[in-house]
Design a protein around this ligand. Structure first.
Ligand code: DGJ
Length: 702
């Protein structure tokens, strides 16, 4: 496999394919998109890619390889950047091995002078059309290799994808999307917060200028990593553009001794020529069929009652029991005891780390509450935040060296808590023993696993920076708990949705999307979330009439309609809700139970509407039925909102579309799928901050 080697590897999904050029000195992804009738040959590909030599440019352009390096003359951000005591930084590779394992391709290259091996791994999940790619780098010799960057993937961005749709946000307003034109100024999103963070969910969409929900070309990339990351999209001086994503490494974080390897997190990629909907559907299908455990796929997701917003730290058995009665009465199926149940935890200044039941609140342990929950036929859930410790805790008093720090740099206060060094086996052993004991003693079928601070100083007691190992340690602990207690579901939470990605989702069952239960803000949060995650893992709770965070007041009909489309729950002091509101809540929960199997299996489509509406559909794959949500965000400037054109129906079938929520609304139309999709139907008058849910049911074929 010398320098002159050339082969084209075709990776196939169901409807997409990727073309990977494997040459003697590098490999590159030349194409990802719809399958070809006739796949171009290597000679055709090279001819199409051939570019003219221009003045003021290198004689040979550096390729946009899967892992570009300085040694290749790459002018952009290096995919791979490393050195051995200040040397061996200019890497040039020779092909070593090409191996296929079904749809996965593994290609390795060696730099014999620098004694470095890199391996690319890339391939489709055929069912969902999502491509997974990652890289590994190995030190083949004596002398420590310091790795500054090893991206999961670098790929060329086609000229026609001119716009970057990226994520931003903050606490209680995650998954907000913004659009920028692609340019030489470059788009770079770097996250150094030690979790995926509220402001930079690790994903980006690249779109053509006209791309909408329902039409246009688009490409999306996501990094499956729960720590620091870097995502960039840059147009080069020579006109080519590339995108790159990988873990963001701190100085000295990855130091490889002889034969040690660093493996990058996985990048997930898909393409669509049917707008953003095509991407959303592929990613949702990937999570459903590849990441979620099959047993969870089969089990109906129980409606939650969570104690947090009703009681915060003011827990008492009588208060919990009265909320339990109220929750059972409206139809809750699982009661989750949130923060505040463990030793010394009366506020957020103390107790984290001491995972023993607080005897002042629960003198007989948690069994009195859990028995009462079970007596009502409900499941028991418990909140924990294993990775954290308060200075005011027995754990910290005994093991102050267990926390991450910046050495002589003072700790940065963050909710009064420190992060434990999850790289340490003794730390993980302590946490495993505590969690195991709780799960073995009590009938807990659900853990809400929280993580409530950014990690700015990920330093171990030995002075090493260990952010990468921290994340691996978290994964190891979750995996160990799951292995011992496979029937316990785990919710991934991080001050709301600040740690969400495909690596954490592959070992958990639900994501707490946001601390914001304001249904209007939730619409945009859930819209951004659902581009990569399906409805059934989207924790979505009905909050109080006046949202605790935004102070917005919303009727129960609206609050319930928004929570209806996720994994539904409540986080509200039901003792404060009126009888009328509780009656509406009860109806909404009953309706959700009627449709949840459908909601948690259907294909999602967002509908293109004016800015004052938010509309989406969930459709049965066989076209038999659909649910349509249409929210009026603000006052309509015209008398009526106009027509809503549907998607995803069987054009040749006839449908009856009727309003099913709020139950007071009377609305029904009948038309063919074709007419509903081409012409749409006139929406009834909606008031601001209201949501209407329609059900479309196939009545007979046209
Ligand atoms: C942050 C979570 O997002 C909330 O839902 C709640 O569990 C609190 N932590 C408890 O401290």
């Amino acid at each position: 496999m010398g320098k002159g080697h050339m082969e084209l590897q075709v990776l196939n999904g169901a409807t997409l394919c990727a073309l990977v050029k494997v040459l003697g000195d590098h490999a590159a992804l030349s194409y990802i998109g719809p399958k070809f009738y006739v796949v171009p040959s290597m000679a055709e590909l090279l001819a199409l890619e051939q570019r003219e030599r221009v003045p003021g440019a290198p004689d040979v352009e550096a390729p946009i390889s899967l892992l570009p390096t300085l040694g290749q003359g790459w002018p952009g951000h290096p995919g791979l950047s490393l050195h051995r005591a200040g040397r061996d930084w200019a890497l040039v590779f020779t092909l070593e091995d090409v191996r296929r394992d079904g749809e996965m391709l593994h290609v390795s290259f060696v730099d014999t002078a620098a004694r470095i091996r890199v391996t690319h791994h890339i391939g489709f999940d055929v069912g969902s059309d999502v491509l997974t790619a990652w890289n590994s780098v190995e030190n083949l010799d004596e002398g420590v290799v310091d790795v500054a960057a090893c991206a999961a993937l670098t790929l060329p961005v086609p000229d026609y994808l001119t716009h970057i749709h990226h994520y931003e946000g903050r606490w209680a307003l995650e998954y907000q999307m913004q659009c920028l034109p692609r340019s030489m100024a470059g788009f770079v999103k770097e996250n150094r917060r030690g979790r995926t963070s509220h402001d930079s969910f690790p994903a980006v969409l690249l779109e053509d200028a006209q791309c909408s929900e329902a039409s246009g070309d688009a490409l999306a990339l996501h990094l499956g990593w729960s720590g620091n990351h870097r995502i960039s999209v840059e147009t080069l001086e020579d006109g080519r553009a590339y995108a790159q994503l990988g873990e963001l490494l701190h100085p000295g974080e990855i130091r490889l001794a002889k034969h040690e390897r660093y493996e990058s997190p996985k990048a997930f990629v898909s393409a669509s020529d049917t707008g953003r909907n095509g991407l959303m559907q592929r990613f949702q299908s990937f999570v459903r069929h590849k990441l979620l455990s099959p047993s969870m796929r089969r089990k109906p997701r129980p409606v939650h009652y969570n104690s947090w917003e009703a009681l915060y730290f003011d827990l008492s058995l009588p208060a919990l029991l009265s909320l339990l009665d109220e929750a059972a009465d409206v139809g809750a199926e699982r009661f989750v005891l949130d923060d505040g149940w463990f030793k010394g935890r009366r506020n957020d200044r103390a107790g984290l780390g001491d995972w023993y039941v607080d005897k002042d609140i629960f003198p007989d342990g948690l069994m009195s509450l859990f028995s009462a929950i079970q007596a009502r036929g409900m499941e028991c859930g418990l909140w924990v935040e294993p990775e954290m410790v308060n200075a005011d805790s027995d754990l910290y008093r005994a093991h102050s060296d267990w926390v991450l720090s910046g050495g002589h740099a003072p700790q940065i206060p963050y909710r009064n808590q420190f992060a434990l060094d999850m790289r340490r086996e003794d730390v993980r052993a302590y946490l495993f023993e505590r969690l195991d004991e709780l799960l073995s003693t009590y009938p807990i079928s659900y853990l809400k696993w929280d993580m409530n601070r950014d990690i700015f100083h990920p330093g171990s007691a030995d002075g090493r920076i260990v952010m990468h190992d921290y994340v691996k340690g978290v994964y190891a602990l979750i995996d160990a708990v799951r292995a011992k207690h496979p029937h316990v579901e785990i919710e991934d939470c991080s001050s709301g949705g600040a740690r969400a990605d495909y690596a954490i989702v592959s070992r958990t069952d639900r994501i707490w999307t946001s601390d914001c239960n304001d249904a209007m803000d939730r619409l945009s949060i859930q819209k951004g979330f659902m581009r990569f995650f399906p409805a059934e893992i989207m924790g979505s709770h009905i909050g109080p009439a006046e949202c605790h965070i935004t102070k917005r007041r919303l009727p129960m009909e609206t609050r319930a309609a928004v929570a209806f489309f996720g994994h539904m729950g409540m986080e509200v002091d039901l003792r404060q809700e009126s009888a009328a509101e509780k009656a509406v809540l009860k109806q909404a929960i009953a309706l959700h139970k009627q449709y949840r199997a459908f909601i948690h299996d259907a294909v999602a489509y967002r509908l293109d509407t004016t800015d004052v509406l938010d509309a989406f559909m969930l459709c049965a794959t066989d076209g038999t039925e659909a649910l349509i949500s249409c929210a009026q965000l603000e006052t309509q400037r015209t008398n009526l909102a106009g027509r809503l054109r549907l998607l995803g129906l069987d054009a040749r079938a006839r449908y009856r579309v009727s309003a099913i929520w709020p139950q007071s609304v009377r609305f029904a139309r009948e038309a063919s799928g074709e007419a509903l999709m081409r012409m749409g139907f006139e929406l009834p008058r909606l008031t601001p901050q209201s949501v209407i849910i329609f059900h479309a049911e196939r009545v007979l074929d046209v």
